[in-house]
Ligand binder design. Structure first.
Ligand SMILES: Cc1ncc(COP(=O)(O)O)c(C=O)c1O
Length: 332
């Protein structure tokens, strides 16, 4: 079985993180620290930020949900691109906020010029995923910087960097929005991807203290749990596990590219732990999806306007080989 459909870390998790969770269980009769002080301090030291500039929640999805709730109301609009992280469209809709999604570029990237041209007085949040899930494309440092220079301060730009640990290893100049000096950027990061603790639910947002203050006002008091906070502390301390994960990803992406070229499968080079492959149409995608399931490989068929695409997560070498063999046998 190769589970390659949710961009999880199939190498597992950090043993240090597990140890911290076991120890934390001793205090589960008490509520967690509602301010996640230890974790904020550790993240603050790592990224050179103050605790008041950090918000921690049950995954970065939770941080995004609070952001929409805290910032948008009535006629406000949430502006983004089509073909991005599907959950963001849902959260805008659930909060009755109009979600405006502009078309992708022909290379499946965020079209920042078109997004900029669509800004109006109702635009409250612009959501950019860098790199983008599911296309794997990146916004360069220069593009992001020049975009930000044109965005008025009253619009919050959420830069979702869920895959940052992988991305920075794949591109020498991958933009780190935490280093950009704009008061209206909120950077999202997660422990669910390279850190390998998706199941425990932990993510964070870093931005100007005024943004964080407004998120704190709508946050559920005791989020995240005692165990999640402990798991995060352990994961942050385990640079060895992180390094192993990142090296595996960098090497295995190359393996996939080589094998896809051999099999004649079209794909977009990726800056994360997944690759978007392109097929004739949605029908072919669904046939491939079913045939892969029969061979024990789970991948992600995508949605309009990229319903001719399948996203494949990079797993362990043996899982990736299993996936390639299954693709090969279907295509022959
Ligand atoms: C771009 C992006 N942002 C956020 C998330 C969600 O992360 P979390 O598990 O922290 O909620 C994902 C998960 O797939 C993602 O791809």
């Amino acid at each position: 079985m190769a589970i390659l459909w949710n961009n999880e870390n199939t190498l597992g998790y950090s043993p240090k993180s597990k140890q911290m969770v076991i120890e934390a269980y001793e205090s589960v009769n008490y509520y967690p620290d509602s301010m996640s002080r230890d974790l904020k301090q550790a993240l603050g030291e790592k990224y050179g930020k103050k605790e008041q500039e950090i918000f921690i929640g049950n995954g970065s999805e939770s941080v995004l949900m609070y952001t929409i709730r805290a910032v948008c109301s009535g006629e406000d609009e949430f502006l983004t691109s089509e073909g991005s992280f599907i959950i963001v469209y849902n959260w805008a809709r659930i909060n009755n906020i109009r979600c405006v999604a502009m078309p992708l570029t022909e290379n499946y990237g965020f079209d920042l010029e078109t997004i900029k041209s669509r800004i109006n007085r109702n635009t409250k949040i612009i959501y950019l995923a860098n790199c983008n899930n599911p296309t794997g494309t990146m916004i360069t440092r220069k593009e992001l910087d020049s975009f930000m220079r044109h965005i008025p301060d009253y619009i919050l730009v959420v830069v979702d960097e869920a895959y940052y640990e992988y991305s920075e290893a794949l591109h020498p100049n991958f933009p780190n929005s935490l280093e950009m000096d704009y008061p209206n950027i909120l950077t999202l990061r997660t422990f669910s991807k390279a850190y390998g603790i998706a199941g425990i639910r932990l993510g964070f947002g870093i931005g100007h203290k005024k943004i964080i203050e407004s998120l704190n006002k709508v946050k559920i008091t005791f989020e995240p749990t005692v165990m999640a906070q402990a798991a995060g502390m352990g994961a942050l301390n385990d640079t060895e596990f992180l390094k192993k994960t990142i090296n595996n990803n960098t090497q295995q992406l190359k393996y996939f590219y080589k094998e896809f070229d051999r099999l004649g499968i079209k794909y977009i080079p990726s800056y994360a732990n997944f690759i978007m492959t392109m097929w004739k149409d949605k029908e072919e995608v669904m046939k491939m999806f079913e045939a892969l399931i029969q061979r024990g490989v789970l991948v992600r068929p995508l949605y309009d306007p990229i319903s001719h695409c399948i996203r494949i997560t990079v797993g362990k070498p043996e899982e990736n080989q299993h996936c390639v063999e299954a693709l090969g046998s279907i295509l022959s």
